[in-house]
Design a protein around this ligand. Structure first.
Ligand SMILES: [Fe+2]
Length: 157
């Protein structure tokens, strides 16, 4: 590995931000999906969102958040609680169309929360990480990413 210059931390945050962008793009498909394909199509989009969020959430919770939880315990706990709520609603579509007739509405509510959540991370967590994490902590984040993988295109290291 090259001597640490900080460029890796920017790449790491950039990758998390690109995943957020992809999730926001997919969320924007939900309304037309609901109109044109109903709950079946919404469930497909929900599975796509869950697929992007899988490795993303691992990198945040096992790499980034532990390094910030000491200074920002309440904020990190609240973000993790939101992850669980979002995952739970998405998971209902994991095996097909959810039977609960209230699911489409609950999904839309959860996705509105997810958009706010993404803004909180990008305006709060990511700048705090760039300002506060040590080289060793960034290496933990990167190792977590290497294990978790990514749904985005990653150039060979
Ligand atoms: Fe995130």
């Amino acid at each position: 590995m090259c001597e640490y210059c900080g460029c890796q931390s920017l790449e790491t945050i950039d990758e998390l931000t690109q995943e957020h962008d992809e999730v926001v793009r997919l969320i924007s498909h939900l309304r037309p999906a609901r109109r044109e394909g109903g709950t079946v199509r919404m469930a497909e989009v929900a599975r796509e969102i869950a697929r992007v969020l899988g490795p993303h959430t691992v990198v945040e919770e096992h790499g980034l958040f532990p390094a910030l939880a000491g200074d920002f315990p309440d904020q990190i706990a609240a973000l993790e609680a939101e992850h669980r709520r979002i995952e739970a609603v998405l998971a209902e579509a994991a095996d097909g169309m959810p039977a609960d007739p209230a699911w489409p509405e609950r999904l839309m509510e959860a996705m509105a929360m997810l958009r706010d959540h993404i803004l909180k991370e990008q305006d709060g967590v990511f700048p705090a990480a760039l300002a506060n994490l040590s080289t060793e902590e960034w290496e933990v984040v990167e190792a977590t990413r290497a294990k978790a993988g990514s749904t985005l295109f990653r150039p060979a290291a």
